[in-house]
Design a protein around this ligand. Structure first.
Ligand code: ADP
Ligand code: MG
Length: 614
């Protein structure tokens, strides 16, 4: 007798999406190698352009790009420059765009078309919707889950906004992945070997360079640099100038005003540039009707002469990023190229000269980011268990210190596994036990963060406050489990606790906590400053009292110090505000600083240096 065998479960489909400023792409991995998905015309690149046509249609991609000059004020491109930023922050970028961007509620940027406001998330969602459609058409399956890439320097708001855009498009964003990490994955740098990789990404309108350190399967971005307004578009602009210069002066002036002519000239310039990547010279014949004829041959040498200063600017960034990472050129194991503009031979040549080594070019630079995202997507889908998951901590972790402030040990977005140790001390003389309460969140005060757990370290030798040295270690393992241990260094007594930081916290809660921390940054800062100053004043009072008892000062100086000391103690007792406390501390510092005997100032400095737990 046979029992029916269930069909083998189809591998779960998770796509990788490169949501670019100029172009977007989608890729999947089936088996070992990832490949990009193409539309019915065989095109992989989907221009990140949305045209809200007067007839009510929403047109996305190549067709929208073609309408850019016909409907300049309703064809939206470069929306990535605005996403996740406030209107004031993005004002500089918005000013250069031909479509209207206004400041909406809470200073959020909105694209205004026909009296309707669109958020950058909504516009990005339209691009992602097209990406999703291409993926579904190419795979013949419904696509729901995705990994979406962002520049390494995107902050939390920009990452969250990108996730929101995915949700709006009906996609669940399983992971936001850094573009340079994705590129490295595409080049087969999978974390199995430790090393340092430089990722050079020159796209249409932006340039990014990052240094990745790969250690034990974890990709860490050591440093990033770049220029948000430098790319292939600037190469095109130089050729546009050349072309316009060939027209009779009046025709050139008129052409600059005419969107159709300008579109044609820009397109021709880009075509010329692309051909110069393969040939030593290229010819352009352009008929602009009554504006005139253009017949132009450009040699590669001429083109290279023109773009040389722009290329040099990218190389300056490369040198800076290496320096920022604390490295030398010789420390770079691999250089990988990303972005369409790295096809320009001069870019490759000059980079190789600078680094003393050929960059890797075995992956199509246009596709690298999407291909790497597909690798990560496949891992997340559970189809490949050979790769380590790269994960980050969503919210900072820390402990409560004296006065209800939170001292953060592990900052949000740290990659896991990770471990941080910091030293603390006691706040009261003869204290033999300390309470350690662990919090999660971005706010400054414990009462505004989420309490994760608590434990006590006992058996501390009875010593004056500030003397015991208590090392507190936060360790988050690859599964996101947090272990906290505290150890008194002199005696070796130790205690600890294990918590799962993400337990029970939904994405919405994470988001709310993050928004909270932004909204309350100002009041938090004031409260935190108050606590810090109280702690500082208390330590100063303690340190000065001790030093006074030990030193033999002339009576007039003793009197001056005691006077300032009492004044500060009174402020503390009266729970004075930050400004008054600061004044009291300054006064005490003034009198102690002028005293020849440096016993006092050194005792105070020492007391201040020691962080205290309660
Ligand atoms: P982004 O990351 O900004 O979305 P891409 O990586 O898609 O941009 O790069 C687009 C840029 O690459 C455009 O300026 C395009 O003209 C340029 N480009 C594409 N192919 C070539 C080529 N063969 N030679 C030179 N430039 C190219
Ligand atoms: Mg790109």
């Amino acid at each position: 007798m046979t029992s029916p065998t269930p069909p083998p479960a189809a591998p779960r489909l998770v796509v990788g999406i490169d949501l670019g400023t100029t172009n977007s792409l989608v890729a999947v991995r089936a088996g070992k190698t990832p490949h990009v998905l193409r539309n019915q015309q065989g095109e992989a690149l989907i221009p990140s352009v949305v045209c809200l046509h007067p007839d009510g249609r929403t047109i996305v991609g190549e067709a929208a790009k073609a309408l850019r000059l016909q409907f300049p004020d309703r064809t939206i491109f470069s929306i990535k420059r605005l996403i996740g930023r406030s209107a004031s922050e993005a004002a500089g970028d918005a000013a250069g765009l031909p479509y209207p961007v206004v400041a909406g509620e809470r200073d959020l940027p909105r694209v205004r078309i026909d009296d309707r406001d669109y958020s950058p998330e909504a516009i990005s969602a339209m691009v992602l919707g097209q990406v999703k459609a291409v993926a579904e058409q190419a795979t013949g399956q419904l696509v729901h889950d995705a990994v979406v890439t962002v520049p390494a320097w995107f902050d939390d708001a920009q990452r969250q906004a990108t996730k929101d855009a995915a949700s709006l498009a009906g996609l669940s964003c399983l992971r936001i992945l850094n573009e340079p990490t994705a590129a490295a994955l595409a080049y087969g740098i999978d974390g199995s070997k430790d090393g340092t990789v430089l990722v050079y990404d020159l796209g249409g309108g932006t340039f990014d360079v990052s240094i990745l350190r790969i250690e034990g399967g974890v990709f860490r971005v050591l440093a990033t640099a770049g220029d948000t307004h430098l790319g292939g578009d600037d190469f095109d602009a130089l050729l546009v100038q050349r072309i316009l210069a060939l027209l009779p002066r009046r025709a050139a002036a008129a052409a600059k005003e005419d969107p159709y002519v300008l579109q044609a000239v820009r397109g021709a310039a880009e075509g010329l540039k692309v051909r110069l990547s393969d040939a030593g010279s290229a010819t352009l014949q352009l008929d602009l009707g009554d504006r005139g004829q253009v017949d132009l041959t450009v040699t590669r040498a001429e083109f290279e002469g023109a773009i040389s200063p722009l290329v040099q600017r990218t190389l300056d960034c490369v040198q800076r990023v290496i320096k920022d990472a604390g490295l030398r050129v010789a420390d770079i194991d691999d250089t990988v190229l990303v972005g369409g503009s790295t096809r320009v031979p001069m870019v490759r040549k000059r980079l190789a000269q600078l680094l003393g080594k050929e960059p890797r070019t075995d992956v199509d630079p246009d596709l690298a980011v999407a291909l790497g995202a597909a690798v990560q997507a496949d891992v997340l889908a559970g189809n490949d268990r050979s790769l380590l998951l790269l994960d980050v901590i969503p919210l900072s972790l820390g402990i409560e210190t004296l006065g209800g402030a939170v001292q953060k040990l592990i900052l949000r977005n740290s990659t896991i596994p990770t471990s941080v140790t910091e030293e603390f001390s006691t706040g009261v003389d003869e204290q033999t036990a300390v309470d350690l309460t662990i919090y999660q969140g971005e706010r400054e005060l414990a009462q505004d963060c989420r309490r994760l757990g608590h434990f006590k370290l006992r058996g501390i030798p009875p010593l004056p406050a500030g003397l015991p040295r208590i090392a507190v270690t936060f360790l988050v393992d690859a599964d996101g489990v947090l272990r906290v241990t505290a150890r008194e260094q002199r005696t070796g007594v130790e205690a600890g606790i294990q918590v799962v930081p993400s337990f029970g916290l939904t994405r919405d809660e994470v988001r709310r906590m993050m928004l909270d921390s932004i909204e309350n940054a100002q009041s938090d800062y004031v409260a935190r400053e108050q606590i810090d100053l109280r702690n500082k004043a208390e330590a100063m009072v303690r340190g000065t009292e001790k030093a006074l008892a030990m030193s033999e000062l002339p009576p007039d100086q003793t009197y001056a110090v005691q006077k300032a000391l009492k004044a500060l103690a009174r402020l503390l007792a009266a729970n004075a505000d930050a400004a008054a406390l600061k004044h009291g501390c300054d006064e005490l510092t003034k009198v102690t600083a002028t005293i020849a005997d440096d016993v006092i100032s050194s005792a105070v400095t020492k007391a201040l240096r020691e962080e205290t737990t309660r």
